[in-house]
Each structure stands twice: as C-alpha cells, then as structure tokens.
Write a protein that binds this ligand. Structure first.
Ligand code: IPM
Ligand code: MG
Length: 359
C-alpha cells in the first residue's frame, strides 16, 4: 500500500519550497523504491482565501486520512488585520492541537560547510548538534483563562501558563528517549525560581528521570541562563526539553548558531499523527521570486521518511545528498555570503541530482 502524504504548501515561499521537496520524493519514488503519493490542501492565508478558514474542514479530513503531513509555512502581511481566529497563525495552532502534536523536535546542527555563515566564531559553533524538544499543544499558548479586561480602571490583557503533570510527563519521556539515541544528556529549561508552573515542570521531569531514565544525564536550567549559555557555549547542550513559549524562543535562538534559519527542519509528533515543516516562516518579502532556500523543507521531508514512513534508509540518503550538494559549493542567496548563488528550484534540482548519484 502506498504511503499517503498530505501536502500543505501554505503561504509566501511555502509553495516554492514544498515543490522542491516533492521533486526529491519523486526521485525516491522513481529510483529508490519509495511508494508515496500525495494530495495538496490549503492552510493559513491560503485556507482563508479558499474557504474563509485558516484550517478548513477539507484540510482537516485530508490530514487525518494521511500517514504524514508536510507543511511549508503560513502567514503574510495581507492577513494581519483579520480577527485573530481567521489569521494564518490560528490555522497552525489549530492543526497542532487538532492532531495532538505535542512533541516538537527542532534539531540544530551546524554544517561544517556553512561555518562561516554563522555570526558566532567558528570555534564556538563547529560541531554544535542540539535537539530542542518543545512542548507544542499546551502552556501559555493554550491556557485558559485568557483575554482582555478592564482592570483597575485601565485596559489589561492576560494569559495563563498552565501545565498538567501528564503533559510534562509525556514530553519529558520523549526528550529522554531522544537523548538515548544521541549523547544521552537532557537539559530541562524553565523558570522555577519564579513560576509555579515551572516548579511543577521541574518536579515532574525529575520524577520521570528517577523512575524510568536514570541512565540519562539530566540537568535543569532557568530559561534566562539557557538563553545566555546557548550563545556562550552551545556545545554543552545535547537535548533541551522545554515548554511551548520558552521552546519557541530558544529554538529561534539556537537556529542562528548555524548561520541560516533556512537550513532547519522540524517534526511535530503526537500519538496518532505527525507533521513536518521547516522552522522558518513564509518570508513574504521574497515570495514568488524563486530565491528561497528549500533545504529546511527537504530536510523536513527526510525527518518524515525516518519518523512516519519507516524509511530511515532513505532519510539518510536525502541528508547525504544535501551534504554533498553543499560540499559542491551550491548555495542559495541566504548562504552565499556575497558569492555566486542559485535559485530555489536550482537548489532542488542539485539535491535531486546528488540523490540520483547515490543510487
Ligand atoms: C513557530 C512559530 C509559531 C509559534 C507561530 C507562527 C504561531 O513561531 O512555529 O515557532 O509561535 O509556535
Ligand atoms: Mg517560532
């Protein structure tokens, strides 16, 4: 039976970068014995334009009937003035919640070929290999109550950062499991010196560690210190596990160790469903110009092959093809540092070519 992929290109550069990943999957189908088919649906601003809904019902049923979801990016200035529930970002938060994608894996790996692209010294970033495991469907993004109210005679806005112990336990397990396949180290990040929600987080992570994963090295760090340590000495980290908001911030910070956010893939995984997407946004300023870097999306497709389609062998081939393409000096403009560069589709072609050579 063929593997079914729901493809959600989304907005901005989304369609361009997704298209390059589909070229790669096509090569795998033709040459490497993958048997995958895909169907496209809208999300974000594209969903709003098509059906007045950033997560349309037709998309909901498609993703639930698929083995995996591949997403481009959502958002753009033309939708910023809409009511919050109609905005592209609301579609993204809803699909995460609807599919129960509580574990968000954001690997930050510094490619030797791109060492000079980082704003940090090469000796600080060379060899960095961090996995941020971000809780994705709870915390302050979803906590109730939230809203606006008049408070002591003036306007006020408020949100609630709440974690249940079951939510902390399941994400902690995912982080420890991931660490066992890597350097066996987990750093749990919170703000337990100030927040009750973080005290609970620390307590539960410690319990899970003692009961099930005492072979893994566990440390705890306050989020402000973690933000500083990521720049000071990023090589101290292996797996970082943290809540939704802190993970949002720290994963963007970690991504810049590599020099380009255009390189970083992600996986969002729940008990039943999984979604793969680059961690960068929809880059409306360069949309439609064939300039974007498709490598983060191609590497997201590799994560999909590994975690959802049970084809780690093909994931490795795709990752090797990307490395070989970089070794050959092929660069999109974000990586070019003033030197010659190729278009988005040329980069996709180069990876396909490198992949064919591995057959
Ligand atoms: C991310 C993004 C989203 C988030 C936005 C677009 C809602 O920043 O995936 O990191 O905050 O989770
Ligand atoms: Mg973010």
């Amino acid at each position: 039976m063929s593997l079914k992929i729901a493809v959600l290109p989304g907005d901005g550069i989304g369609p361009e970068i997704v298209n390059e990943s589909l070229k790669v999957l096509e090569v795998l189908n033709q040459t490497f014995g993958l048997d995958a088919t895909w169907k496209e649906a809208t999300i974000g601003g594209a969903g709003f334009e098509a059906e007045k809904d950033p997560y349309p019902a037709s998309t909901q049923s498609l993703v639930k009937a698929s083995d995996a979801v591949l997403l481009g990016a959502v958002g753009g200035p033309q939708w910023e003035a809409l009511d919050k529930p109609l905005r592209p970002e609301a579609g993204l938060l809803r699909i995460r919640e609807d599919l129960g994608l509580y574990a968000n894996y954001r690997p930050t790996k510094v490619f030797d070929q791109l060492l000079d692209a980082s704003t940090l010294k090469p000796e600080v970033v060379q060899g960095v290999d961090i996995l941020v495991v971000r809780e994705l469907v709870s915390g302050i993004y979803f906590g109730q109550p939230r809203g606006y109210e008049e408070f002591e005679g003036e306007r006020s806005g408020f949100n609630t950062m709440r974690y249940r112990e079951s939510e902390v336990r399941r994400i902690a397990r995912k982080a420890f499991e991931a660490a066992r396949l890597r350097d066996n180290k987990v750093c749990s990040v919170e703000k337990a010196n100030v927040l009750e929600v973080s005290e609970l987080w620390r307590e539960v992570v410690t319990e899970v560690h003692q009961a099930e994963y005492s072979d893994v090295e566990l440390s705890h760090m306050y989020v402000d210190n973690a933000a500083m340590q990521l720049i000071r000495n990023p090589k101290q980290f292996d797996v970082i596990v943290t809540g939704n908001l802190f993970g949002d911030i720290l994963s963007d910070e970690a991504s810049m160790l590599t020099g380009s956010i255009g390189m970083l893939p992600s996986a969002s995984i729940g008990e039943e469903f999984a979604m793969y997407e680059p961690i960068h946004g929809s880059a409306p300023d360069i949309a439609g110009e064939n300039k974007a870097n498709p490598l983060a999306t191609i590497l997201s497709a590799a994560m999909m092959l590994r975690f959802s389609l049970n084809r780690a062998d093909l994931a490795e081939k795709v990752e090797l093809a990307v490395e070989n393409t970089l070794d050959a000096g092929v660069r999109t403009v974000d990586l070019a540092d003033g030197e010659a560069f190729v278009t988005c589709s040329e980069m996709g072609d180069a990876v396909c070519e490198a992949l064919r050579k591995l057959s």
